[in-house]
Design a protein around this ligand. Sequence first.
Ligand code: GAR
Length: 209
Amino acid sequence: MLRIVVCVSGGGTNLQAILDSIDNGTITHAEVAAVISNNPNAYALQRAERHGIPGACISPKQFEDRESFNEAFLQKVNSYQPDLVVLAGFLVVIPEIMIQKYRNRIINIHPSLIPSFCGTGYYGLKVHEGALARGVKVTGATVHFVDEGTDTGPIILQHPVAVAPGDTPKILQQRVMEQAEWKILPQAIDMIANGKVTVENGKVIIKET
Ligand code: GAR
């Protein structure tokens, strides 16, 4: 059984997609051990509570400096002994000590087709604002392993989504979530839980069944 810790900052619709996929058997051999938020008001924490999953809140704001937060955050994650850490809309930079300890065991969902509209400054609605400003006709979402860069780790899954005339950032965000994020994040977790994903020379290899 793959033990998962999900890190969140906001609404938690991706967390919900994971919980639903475990409940309906789309994800097998995995359980969510805990949900960690940096935001005490994140609705995602209520979703966890409703599901009987332990929730914890830890924010850089509670600490004197970033190093103290980084150590406490790592200890908090360690305390749940996860096999996989899932960043589902988590807006805090992951400490390097954690990336080293959990190499190829942290995944992130990003709401664009990496390498477009990613990196520092591209998160949440800003990603979709960027896509619309550039006038791309296709966008999408990416699930990738987390390395020391911002959105630079090995790509596990991507799914395209068409941009429609009249799209606003919010409309596009919703479509990308519905058509891509809520599908590929659970799918990637299921593949990892069932031993289908390896990383070789910085690239993901997916075992066919
Ligand atoms: C999602 O669209 C996710 O891809 C994005 O934040 C949103 C969280 O929504 N993540 C990033 O932008 C990370 N760079 P949710 O809380 O409803 O899952």
